[in-house]
Design a protein around this ligand. Structure first.
Ligand SMILES: [Zn+2]
Length: 334
């Protein structure tokens, strides 16, 4: 992989990564300590792409970043996670501009902003209990582990829907709208084939494998299968030479290599789980140290157990393992 912009933009400053396409970074109060945002110049105003989490540091960063742009025409959000959509409501109101995003991101963010208690809902307790997590840990994970998802401002009540297959003419470039599931449902990506540019959101990132978790609200879902389908779609749609502009870390070239690495990573996780379940049936809680050998805090345990259940569901969906239920517990069996 090749990194044409090895140094991230300094705080509060834009870096031009292509004519009329700017990159900046906002801080995040997590181990992954930043999110990338972009701005696309257009004759009808700049389009801001992703917004940072709803906190004072990100608002202050926008105070520094906005004066460097001309008039803004829209705020485009790739997916409903708070590091991307967190300040969309605040920015749209402050700038009097519309929100552009997928229908799923709009509805998810609206639901979470109105009902933050959803994240601590009993459904998570039941999911974790069924997968063998001790009750005290399950309580900590569903409260502390999900707190970050509440860090968003109420989105505007109306939006412009973006969906796969649409074309956008922005800044003299033709962009195709792509969407991929698995990390977040209906995550929006933008591809400008003639210019070799891919705004990739969190679908492909250097070094980090984007979190792919089962949701308590869709406990049988196969987000790993959806994520891998998204990788395959990118491999078909986007050429190897494209400059990839991701939601975190650095822009890079080498998309196809990264797609292959991410796909292998998920297959390797599946292999670990299959090997452990070949000895005897196991709950997701028992598989947690198999997949994540190091100790985890509640925030990371939430991600980790969601990942284990997601890979378990993927193996079941492929017919490679099956669920056994007894005594209120689900065990994954060969
Ligand atoms: Zn993200």
């Amino acid at each position: 992989m090749d990194f044409p912009f090895p140094e991230p933009p300094p705080p509060g400053r834009w870096t031009e990564v292509a004519p009329g396409l700017l990159w900046a970074r906002l801080a995040l109060p997590f181990r992954l300590d930043h999110v990338n945002v972009y701005a696309l110049e257009d004759s009808s105003g700049w389009v801001i792409l992703d917004t940072g989490i709803a906190d004072e540091a990100s608002r202050a960063a926008w105070d520094a970043l906005l004066p460097a742009l001309g008039p803004v025409g829209a705020v485009l959000v790739t997916h409903h996670h708070p590091d991307h959509i967190g300040l969309a409501g605040w920015l749209c109101e402050r700038l009097s501009v519309p929100l552009w995003t997928s229908r799923t991101a709009f509805l998810s963010a609206t639901a979470l902003a109105h009902a933050p208690g959803l994240l601590e809902a009993e459904e998570y307790g039941r999911l974790y209990a069924a997968h063998g997590m001790p009750p005290a840990l399950a309580d900590r994970v569903r409260t502390l582990g999900h707190a970050y998802l509440r860090r968003l401002t109420l989105p505007p009540r109306t939006y412009r829907r973006l969906s796969a297959g649409m074309r956008l003419r922005l800044g003299g470039r033709d962009w195709s709208v792509l969407s991929a599931d698995g990390h977040a449902p209906e995550q929006i990506l933008l591809h400008a084939p003639a210019d070799g540019l891919l705004i990739a959101a969190d679908q492909v990132i250097e070094r980090i494998s984007p979190n792919v978790s089962a949701s308590a609200f869709e406990p049988e879902g196969d987000p790993v299968g959806e994520f891998r389908a998204g990788l395959a779609m990118l491999g078909r749609e986007v050429g190897e030479g494209a400059l990839v502009l991701p939601g975190h870390r650095r822009p890079f070239r080498g998309l196809h290599e990264r797609i292959a690495e991410l796909d292998r990573h998920h297959e390797a996780r599946c292999d670990l789980i299959r090997a452990a379940c070949a000895e005897r049936p196991r709950t997701a809680a028992e598989l947690l140290p198999v997949v994540f050998p190091r100790p985890l805090d509640p925030h990371k345990t939430g991600f980790a157990v969601g990942e284990v259940i997601a890979h378990a569901n993927h193996l079941v969906a492929r017919g490679l393992l099956r669920w056994e239920e007894s005594g209120g517990l689900r065990r994954l069996a060969a």
